[in-house]
Every structure is written in C-alpha cells, then in structure tokens.
Design a protein around this ligand. Structure first.
Ligand code: PXP
Length: 241
C-alpha cells in the first residue's frame, strides 16, 4: 500500500505568525503518526520561516517513524543534517522569495555537485531523494547521481485548470514513475496534493510514498474547530477540560 508522509511545516507557520509556543509541530507529528502516517516530513528552510533547528532536533529525538528532511543543498543545512541524522534527506531547490518550493531541482545541470553531496550522506547511511519535475532528462540524471529515490513534483498536476490538463500532467507523472523505476530509483511524489486530487496519483504504479502537507494541516484545522470552541466554552462556563 502507498505510504503517507505528513509534512508538518505549516503547523509551525501558524506558531510563527505570533512568535508563540503553540501549535507545536512535534505534537502535530505525534498525532499524524497516531493517525496512520508512515513518516513525518519537515523542510528546514534557510530563512527558518516555519520549522526551526530546535523543531528538527526535538522531532528527531522523539519520533521513531521515518523522518524525511527536505532541504536546500547548502553547506549550512548539510552540516545540520549530518548532525541530526534524519532517516532520509530530500534535496529541493530553494528561493528566499518563494511562498513554497517552485519547481524541481535541475539535476541535469548540477549532476557532479549533487553526486558529491549524496556521497557525503551515504557515508552516514542517509539515503537521498531528489525532488524533480517529471522530465526524462532529470530522471535519467537522477539515476546517475547515486540517489536512492526521486520525489516527483506534482505541482503542475495540482495546479491544472482543466480536466484535460490534469490528465496530461497525470500521464507525465505516470511515465516519469515508470522511467525512474527502470533507472533503479524508488519513487515518491508530492506538492499541492489534496483531498480531491490525490486518489488518482495514489493509483500510479511504482509510487511508494506521498508527501502531503498544506491540505492536511488545513483540514486538521477545520476538523478540530468545533472541539476547540466547545472546550473554550466549557472554560467560560466554569467547567474544567
Ligand atoms: N514535497 C516537497 C519537496 C515540498 O517542498 C513540499 C512543500 O513543502 C511538499 C512535498 C508538500 O507540499 P504541500 O504542502 O503542497 O502538500
């Protein structure tokens, strides 16, 4: 069965909006695992806009399930990853101005540098995944880097504005998954997947795992709102919760 890794970054986004202590991404990670997630994903961005170094450290220490660290391949973050030892590293491109990761890595243009970084992680037994668009040249280049897996960027599929475009993008993902598998790569996918568009992606052969964040955090807020209000009303009415 296809596995789900829950990205809890946006739990930390809500916390950072007030520079407060809650909500805690570690608490969300524990609940996500209780809910059946196979693993937890976080993206330690260079600007620390949501999860920070302490979150990574606490989550690493507290969860036994797979911890997938998304990160830019920069010296600073590589050093942190080698210290914290997540179960997997996913290399992503990162721009300071972007709202979220825009597009996959250009592995074809950066093959040698990436091979060196992957080698560094291999020495400490951390498998590396490369986040790439469903493009033949990128997948073939990924196969040559020594990466264990790729994560296919599903953003173009998620952002499709017509059923025809969605179908075209789904076919690209399907072909990419088959090609990656024949190049010896494990296949994961993610970005922009939600409660409407994920079922189709989950049927694609060779995709073993999905990384989903924003839609799950958004849904969790709505699923929990009634309870949260009820608990506050209990306090107003003098009841202990
Ligand atoms: N995969 C990668 C590489 C990402 O950068 C992100 C966003 O952090 C995701 C998956 C999850 O995307 P979303 O939050 O849209 O589900």
């Amino acid at each position: 069965m296809i596995k789900l890794c829950v990205n809890v970054d946006h739990v930390a986004t809500v916390r950072q909006a007030r520079l407060a202590l809650e909500p805690d991404p570690l608490e969300a990670a524990i609940l996500a695992l209780k809910g059946g997630a196979a693993g937890i994903t976080i993206h330690l961005r260079e600007d620390r806009r949501h999860v920070n170094d302490s979150d990574l450290h606490r989550i690493r220490k507290s969860i036994k399930a797979k911890l997938n660290l998304e990160m830019a391949a920069t010296a600073e973050i590589i050093k942190i990853a080698l210290k914290e030892l997540p179960d997997q590293v996913t290399l992503v491109p990162e721009k300071r101005q972007e709202l979220t990761t825009e597009g996959g890595l250009d592995v074809a243009a950066d093959e040698n540098r990436l091979r060196g970084i992957i080698e560094e992680f291999k020495r400490v037994k951390i498998p590396v995944s490369l986040f790439i668009d469903p493009i033949k040249e990128q997948i073939e280049a990924a196969g040559r880097t020594g990466a264990e897996s790729i994560e296919i960027n599903t953003a173009a599929y998620s952002e499709a504005t017509s059923p025809e475009e969605e179908k075209r993008e789904a076919i690209k993902i399907k072909e990419a998954a088959t090609l990656a598998n024949s190049n010896g790569l494990k296949v994961y996918a993610g970005h922009g997947l939600n409660y409407k568009n994920t079922a189709m992606i989950a049927t694609i052969p060779h995709i073993e795992e999905l990384n989903i964040g924003h839609s799950i955090v958004a849904r969790a807020l709505m699923a929990g709102m009634e309870t949260a209000v009820g608990e506050m009303l209990d306090i107003l009415n003098g009841k202990s919760i």
